[in-house]
Design a protein around this ligand. Structure first.
Ligand SMILES: Nc1ncnc2c1ncn2[C@@H]1O[C@H](COP(=O)(O)OP(=O)(O)O)[C@@H](O)[C@H]1O
Ligand SMILES: [Mg+2]
Length: 233
């Protein structure tokens, strides 16, 4: 089975898709990459009322794999802009955690490198149960190391340490953190964040600058400044 990276984040909207897409593009230059977004909520709908999984489509394009069947990238595409388990319940969809795990493992068998994206943050519920099946459960079952995308902004030390701490508590290998500059102007805390995280044993492996416009190529170039594909594969 091939290796890969499971991209998670401290929150929704922190740049997981952009980072995952940049990573997929970077590695696609030297290896056959597969991408998975096992469950996606908040999908817009096409004129026929079918959900359009924008993240899954963006990842497929970034990996340069138009041959990949969308059904092998995303098992559940849900409309409601809610946590996946909640969106599924609202839509009367029953989510099978085994299908989510199987999707990632199949991709690991069919490509040299897999880039997976979760949904929202680490403890977001994906399927009902007691307790819920979460993104963290999916990462653990996938066997891939986790990459944490965090805002390069005030509050990120707390959010990042909580996320990394929970990953480690579950025995998940933490590849590192990407600090994403989501605004044009950095705050006074931005410069010191990597050093403070390092003091806590958390490695910032890359920083993504504010990109106007945000692009996969731009993200790949920024990530490639500090991430070497040899270290990923
Ligand atoms: N470094 C950046 N510079 C500019 N815009 C960004 C940057 N990172 C993310 N964005 C934008 O922020 C929004 C959320 O990013 P996205 O990757 O979709 O987050 P997530 O997958 O975590 O929900 C998107 O519109 C994306 O284009
Ligand atoms: Mg996303």
């Amino acid at each position: 089975m091939s290796g890969g990276i499971f991209v998670t984040g401290t929150d929704s909207g922190v740049g997981k898709t952009l980072v995952a897409a940049g990573l997929a593009r970077l590695v696609s230059r030297v290896a056959k990459v597969a991408v998975v977004k096992p469950i996606e909520s908040g999908c817009a709908v096409d004129p026929a009322g079918r959900p359009i999984p924008a993240d899954a489509l963006a990842l497929r394009a970034a990996a340069g794999r138009p041959d990949l069947d969308l059904a092998d990238i995303v098992a559940y595409a849900l409309r409601a802009p809610l946590a996946p388990a909640v969106a599924a319940r609202a839509e009367g969809v029953s989510v099978d955690p085994d299908r989510l795990v199987a999707l990632v493992l199949r991709a690991r068998q069919q490509a040299q490198f897999v880039v997976a994206e979760g949904a929202g943050g680490l403890l977001v519920p994906l399927a009902p149960g007691a307790p819920y099946f979460t993104v963290a459960d999916l990462i653990a079952a996938s066997g891939l190391p986790a990459l944490v995308v965090a805002r390069a902004a005030l509050g990120t030390i707390n959010h990042t340490l909580l996320t990394v701490g929970e990953l480690r508590r579950r025995g998940i290998d933490v590849f590192g953190v990407v600090l994403n500059h989501l605004t044009a102007v950095d705050g006074p805390e931005t410069a010191s964040n990597p050093a403070v995280l390092a003091e806590h044993g958390v490695r910032v492996v890359a920083e993504l600058p504010y990109l106007t416009p945000p692009s996969v190529e731009g993200a790949a170039a920024a990530l490639g400044q500090t991430l070497r594909t040899e270290d990923l594969l």
